[in-house]
Write a protein that binds this ligand. Structure first.
Ligand code: UDP
Length: 241
């Protein structure tokens, strides 16, 4: 079920429901574009109608950040909970492996997607890695060609936002892949180069604090979190839906 939190229409789903939806799309051969908006996405979308349209036109819009959950409560439309991009990537990969499906990994610095592929194959026997490509390419056409030649069932696009959403929008029609998901920095996590916060931080909704301590240079990006919550308060104050 879609739930509009300010301008973005989120899917109010659990992780299991999200993965089932994506797997059903693969079985039916239907297109499913997955996006994972957080506070940064929402602030970008405020002044970027193209980006907002791509988000709202996607079949699965997952609430990636805890800030989205707080904002949903502030505006009086509480979402179930977070469905993080990296959690979704892992859960979907597990199901792809069970079904012997093909996954293509696109994004991050050279070598990272291959490293992620090796780790995923260790964790999920039965998975087929259809191919990998780094995220620093000049020409998009050869990348699209390589993906199509590999015949994947699912494609993880990890180029950062909004680049990954633009890539999926521009090439969605020519890419012969049922499920494509924009998953930001997930490739670095899947490769083991970036560690997710310990379970305590995740459960307490302070994964951002852990990340800030590990990567202090992200503070500028994280400063957007309170701005987004401020927007939610203003939205509520205006009585908008
Ligand atoms: N990236 C890429 N191509 C680019 C720009 C970025 O492949 O042209 C990758 C980058 O190496 C990183 C990911 O995209 O792996 C974006 O990470 P970011 O920290 O922005 O994402 P977040 O953690 O916020 O999801």
């Amino acid at each position: 079920m879609k739930q509009q939190i300010m301008t973005i229409q989120f899917d109010d789903v659990t992780m299991e429901e999200a993965v089932t939806f994506a797997m059903d799309s693969i079985r039916r051969g239907e297109r499913c574009r997955v996006v994972t908006p957080n506070a940064e996405f929402a602030l970008e979308a405020k002044n970027n109608p193209r980006f907002l349209n791509i988000l709202n036109d996607s079949e699965l819009v997952l609430a990636d950040g805890i800030s989205v959950i707080y904002a949903s409560r502030i505006v009086g439309k509480p979402l179930h909970g977070r469905v993080t991009g990296v959690g979704f990537a892992q859960a979907l990969t597990a199901e792809l492996a069970k079904a012997g499906k093909r996954l293509y990994l696109l994004g991050a610095k050279p070598g990272v997607a291959e490293q992620a592929a090796r780790r995923l194959l260790e964790c999920y026997p039965g998975l087929v890695i259809a191919g990998t490509h780094d995220g620093y390419f000049r020409e998009e056409a050869p990348v699209v060609e390589a993906i199509n030649a590999a015949h994947p069932d699912a494609l993880f696009v990890c180029l950062g936002a909004p680049k990954q959403e633009y890539f999926m929008e521009e090439h969605g029609g020519e890419l012969n892949v049922p499920v494509m998901a924009g998953l930001g920095g997930s490739m670095d996590v899947l490769a083991g180069n970036v560690k997710r916060a310990p379970a305590f931080f995740q459960k307490a909704g302070i994964e951002w604090l852990y990340r800030l301590c590990k990567e202090p240079k992200r503070w500028r990006r994280m400063a957007k979190l309170p701005l987004y919550l401020w927007d939610a308060l203003m939205w509520k104050g205006k009585g908008a839906n």
